[in-house]
Every structure is written in structure tokens, then in C-alpha cells.
Design a protein around this ligand. Structure first.
Ligand code: ASP
Length: 592
């Protein structure tokens, strides 16, 4: 064994032990006579005291930050007054009897302590292997590993079989662009990388697997954000002879197991809310219920108003506690924000003593309206009321965003508030050609009460509900799932509604429609992003902090230089010629 202990694991109870440690020099203080080294390994940091005049310790003068050392020494209690309560090892130090340099290091491009958080992310990713040495990053990776292993154990306990599905496939639509891989053996043909294992997991159900799960890698070519990467890991599950309740039970148990494993506390059963209620109360399908500031329907207050702007499909408001003193320029900025989100305008009112309302539009409201408004909003002196009138959908959306802008707590505050959002609509809107766009994916079963509607003439397709459900955590959409269509006729009907011709459906999904001919069991499933769950558990705003080697916001990897061009021999072999679109410039190598 190269070492006897991990440096960061030593405690006062080890006093007197002879230890051999290996690690990196976190910092070094040369006090003329003795040298103090902070030695870092995966468990943390311990202070090593070296007397360079001692035989075997001569190298101590030479070592620098990030050199790799092997130290033999004796654990001793620190002298009175030098205990460091911030360090797990703070009560002890190691008196070195020998010090061996295992490797030297060039000066590192940025300090590997808390100051690294302020370093430009491109630099951190360029030297990710150094960034990962930081205890905060080590903890994030460890947390992630624990989440994965407890999810696996939980699914195993719940009777699921882990099955790996292929990476080189035909396209699986999840609403994003595919990443594609050219085929050398069939030049001119391409594989798609999976946006999800959706079709394979459904085929596994037809294959009698009964309960499938996988920590699946998925790839989607969409713009990157704080909560989105091109490639991500999805906890992916599917169950036969099961409905929405069964899936929510299993997933809720697995998530609770994982949360308990890393926090020591089991979250309570996740409450449910319909999609419709979420829109009305929070203006979004992923409500952050860590705080109130709910949207209030002011329709009844202004039902017969004389104020033109409020003669609309919906009038809704939020109450911003204690913001009544907001400056005019701040209110103007909020108004611009609301307009930018699609509102015709934003009505604001400052609440004064006795419920007096100060606002440019207060004079257009009747006394009753003013009184009922204050009552409906439970407004108190010092509050600010913000109102949007117009289409219900727009009013909800605009106020939903303002609510988050004005009230959302930081990621590590307010606890973990899980929520199931159920009864999603089947379609989320209409495409330019008038065909409906699936809210989930085209394999989602309509709500049983709305199934007959699909065949009715002239119905509002956007009002048809599905059997889809999302899991939301602190305002993040963690994942989604649904009861699937398992009957060929229903699936064909949905394809037709989506404007997918029978020929196209055959060409792209013929294998699925075929499989449905052979006794497909009723089935349902779910998938959620492990990166997002781990980020929230780690108190990180950005999922890149919990991914070992992420891409930058522009999709580049500053460490390896990907993406890069292919050489001409490779292109020839794949039967490809490259035509860079006019106006596009080749990306400079992100490493330079
Ligand atoms: N395949 C879906 C997704 O990736 C999840 C599911 O329906 O199971 O979002």
C-alpha cells in the first residue's frame, strides 16, 4: 500500500499513530526553521509540520503548490491555541519523519480554493482536472455517485430490471434536434443519438420486461442554459400493467430514497396539482412552491368595470409584500419586463394606510372595486400590487414570471419542495400549418375522459387533456412521464392529428406500430434529469457544477477542443463533403 490513511480523515483519536499519507500540496508556509504544508487528498486537508534539517525531509524547502507528496509521520495534537475549528482535521497535525516528492507541478493557472469560484468558467473547464481537485467539486461528484447508487438500489428493491438501450438509433422525437452520426458502411445514411430511450423502453414492455429502468445518457441538440446540457443523464423507467399512480409511487419512492441517502432526511409524500391549477395559481407548469405570492384572479372584482383596460378575458394580480416604496424607475422596468413577456401593459398600485391605493389608474376604479381589490389581494399598507389584464394564458404567464423575478429564493434556501403536476394538455399549441404540437411526446395516452373528443368535429384540441405528469422540484422541471398509447389504432389516430402522414408514420415508427400488433401490454413510465436533481441537492444553480466534464454555454469543450473538423480522409470514408453555411464562421479552437 502506498498510504496507510487518507489525509483528510485523520482526527484527534488518531493521536500518536504513525501514518503514511499521499496527496497534493494545497499550500506551504516556510517559517525559516519549520515548513508547514497543507496536504490535500480526496477526503480533505491536513497540516503537516516538517523539519527540513531532518534526514529524509530535505525536499521540504523545494516543494510548491500542487506537488505530489508521500509523507510518513506521527499524528500529534496541535498545540493549545492553534486548533482550527474550520477543518475536520483541525485538532491535529502530522509531524513528518520523511517526505518524498512523487511528482512536481508547474504553477497552476488559478488558485484551487474558494477563489476558484470567481475564475472565468472557460479557464476552469480548460483545466477541469485541476478544478476537480477542489473539495467542493469532489463533494459534488461524491453526492452524484451516492444519488446514482441509491436510485439503482431503490429500483432494484422495487423489482425493476436495468437494461441498456442502444446509442446509435433511428430518431426518437422529444421535441429537440437530433445529434447525428454518419454511417461508414452505408455512406449517406445516418444514425441519430437518442434524445431519450423512449421507443426502446416501450418495446421492452412489448418484450415482456415488465419493469425497466436505466440511468440513460440522452443527447439533444438545443441551446444550452444553466439547467441544460447537450448530453445529460436521465433516470428512465417504464412499467407494464401500470397507470399514472403506480409510476408516481415508484418514482416518488426512488427520489425520496436518494434524497434521504444524501441529506439524512426523507421528504414527505409529494403533493399533486393539476396543470390547470398550476397555471392559474403560479402562471407556469413548474411552480416553485417554496414561496407564496400566488396569482389572484380579479375577474369577480372587475366583472362589470368601467375601466377599459380591465374589460378583458382575465384580470389577475400578485401582491409583492413591502415593495410599495419601489421607485418609479423600478416600476417602469417591471412594466417593460411585462411588455417584453407579451402583456399589453402592467398596472401597479401602491397600498397606503387604510387601503388607500396610489396609482395612475386608481381614479378609473369605483370605490367598491378598490375595496374589493384590497380585500381579494389581502393587501396591507406598504405592499405593491401588480396586475395584468388580457388573454388568460398571457396574464398567467406574465405574472408567473414576475412572481419568480420578485420572489424566488436562492437555490439553497426554502427546503426541497417536490410537486407532481398532473393532467397536462395533450397539445401545447398549434404549428404554423395548423397541426397541434404534442405537449409531451406523440406516444402519450389522452385522458380517458377526453379520448372520445379526438374524433369529434370542430373541437378545441388544445382543451384535450393527456395522461402526462411532471415532477417539479423548487420550480425546476425535474422530469416527465405519461401513460403510453399501447394500441395501434390510437397511435395512428394521434399521428394523423399531428399531421404525420401514414407513409411518414410507417417509415419512421413502423417498428413501433408493428410491435403494437403483437399484444402490447398497457404501460406507463417516467424520466427525470439526474443532473438537475443532484444540482439542487448540492445547492448549485448550474448543472455544470455537478458534471465532471461539461460543455460551455456555446457547446464547446475547452479541455479537449471539441467540436473540431474532420480530416479529409475521414470525410471521404464517410462519403461526406462539408459545406459551411454562408455567413457561418468556423469556430475558433476554444483552447486558444
Ligand atoms: N421520454 C420522456 C422524456 O425524455 C420521458 C418519458 O415520457 O418517460 O422526456
Amino acid at each position: 500500500m502506498m498510504r496507510s490513511h487518507r489525509a483528510g480523515s485523520l482526527r484527534a483519536s488518531d493521536d500518536g499513530s504513525e501514518v503514511t499519507l499521499c496527496g497534493w500540496v494545497d499550500s506551504r508556509r516556510d517559517h525559516g526553521g519549520v515548513v508547514f504544508l497543507d496536504l490535500r487528498d480526496v477526503e480533505g486537508i491536513v497540516q503537516v509540520v516538517v523539519d527540513p534539517t531532518r534526514p529524509g525531509c530535505e525536499e521540504a524547502h523545494r516543494v510548491r503548490a500542487e506537488w505530489v507528496l508521500r509523507v510518513v509521520g506521527t499524528v500529534t495534537r496541535r498545540p493549545e491555541g492553534t486548533v482550527n475549528p474550520d477543518l475536520g482535521t483541525g485538532e491535529i497535525e502530522v509531524a513528518a519523519s520523511s517526505l518524498e516528492v512523487l511528482n512536481e507541478s508547474d504553477p497552476v493557472p488559478f488558485p484551487l480554493d474558494e477563489r476558484a469560484g470567481e475564475v472565468d468558467e472557460g479557464t476552469r473547464l480548460r483545466y477541469r482536472y485541476l478544478d476537480l481537485r477542489r473539495p467542493a467539486m469532489q463533494l459534488n461528484l461524491l453526492l452524484r455517485s451516492r444519488v446514482n447508487s441509491s436510485l439503482r438500489a431503490s429500483m432494484d428493491r422495487q423489482g425493476f430490471t436495468e437494461v441498456e438501450t442502444p446509442m446509435l438509433i433511428a430518431s426518437t422525437p422529444e421535441g429537440a434536434r437530433d445529434f447525428v452520426v454518419p454511417s461508414r458502411l452505408s455512406p449517406g445514411s445516418f444514425y441519430a443519438l437518442p434524445q431519450s430511450p423512449q421507443l426502446f423502453k416501450q418495446l421492452l414492455m412489448v418484450g415482456g420486461v415488465d419493469r425497466y429502468f436505466q440511468l440513460a445518457r440522452c443527447l439533444r441538440d438545443e441551446d444550452l442554459r444553466a439547467d441544460r446540457q447537450f448530453e445529460f443523464v436521465q433516470y428512465d423507467a417504464e412499467m407494464s400493467f401500470a397507470g399514472a399512480d403506480d409510476v408516481m409511487e415508484v418514482v416518488g419512492t426512488a427520489v425520496a430514497d436518494a434524497v434521504e441517502a444524501v441529506t439524512g432526511e426523507r421528504p414527505e409524500a409529494f403533493p399533486r396539482m393539476t396543470w390547470h391549477e398550476a397555471q392559474e395559481r403560479y402562471g407556469t407548469d413548474k411552480p416553485d412552491v417554496r414561496f407564496g405570492m400566488e396569482l389572484v384572479d380579479l375577474g369577480p372584482v372587475f366583472a362589470s368595470t368601467g375601466f377599459r383596460a380591465f374589460q378583458a378575458e382575465a384580470v389577475k394580480g400578485i401582491r409583492v409584500v413591502g415593495e410599495g416604496a419601489a421607485s418609479r424607475s423600478r416600476l417602469d422596468a417591471l412594466t417593460d419586463r411585462a411588455k417584453g413577456l407579451g402583456a399589453a401593459g402592467l398596472v401597479w398600485m401602491r397600498v397606503g394606510e387604510g387601503g388607500a391605493l396610489e396609482s395612475p389608474v386608481a381614479k378609473f376604479l369605483s370605490d367598491d372595486e378598490r375595496r374589493d381589490l384590497v380585500g381579494s389581494m389581502a393587501a396591507e399598507p406598504g405592499d405593491l400590487l401588480l396586475m395584468v389584464a388580457g388573454e388568460r394564458r398571457v396574464a398567467n404567464h406574465v405574472l408567473g414570471v414576475l412572481r419568480l423575478d420578485l420572489g424566488r429564493p436562492p437555490v439553497d434556501e426554502g427546503g426541497l419542495r417536490f410537486l407532481w403536476v398532473v393532467d397536462f394538455p395533450l397539445f401545447e399549441g398549434l404549428a404554423d400549418d395548423g397541426s397541434p404540437v404534442p405537449a409531451h411526446h406523440p406516444f402519450t395516452m389522452p385522458h380517458p375522459d377526453d379520448l372520445a373528443l379526438l374524433d369529434a368535429e370542430g373541437i378545441d384540441l388544445l382543451g384535450v387533456r393527456s395522461q402526462a405528469y411532471d415532477l417539479v422540484l423548487n420550480g425546476w422541471e425535474l422530469g416527465s412521464g405519461s401513460v403510453r398509447i399501447h394500441r395501434r389504432d390510437v397511435q395512428e389516430r394521434i399521428f394523423t392529428l399531428l399531421g404525420i402522414s401514414p407513409e411518414t408514420a410507417r417509415e419512421r415508427f413502423g417498428f413501433l406500430l408493428d410491435a403494437f400488433r403483437f399484444g402490447a401490454p398497457p404501460h406507463a413510465g417516467f424520466a427525470f434529469g439526474v443532473d438537475r436533481l443532484v444540482a439542487i441537492l448540492a445547492g448549485e444553480e448550474n448543472i455544470r457544477e455537478v458534471i465532471a466534464f461539461p460543455k460551455t454555454q456555446s457547446g464547446a469543450d475547452p479541455l479537449t477542443g471539441a467540436p473540431g473538423p474532420l480530416d479529409s480522409a475521414q470525410l471521404r470514408e464517410l462519403g461526406l463533403t462539408v459545406a459551411v453555411p454562408r455567413g457561418a464562421t468556423a469556430r475558433p479552437d476554444p483552447r486558444h
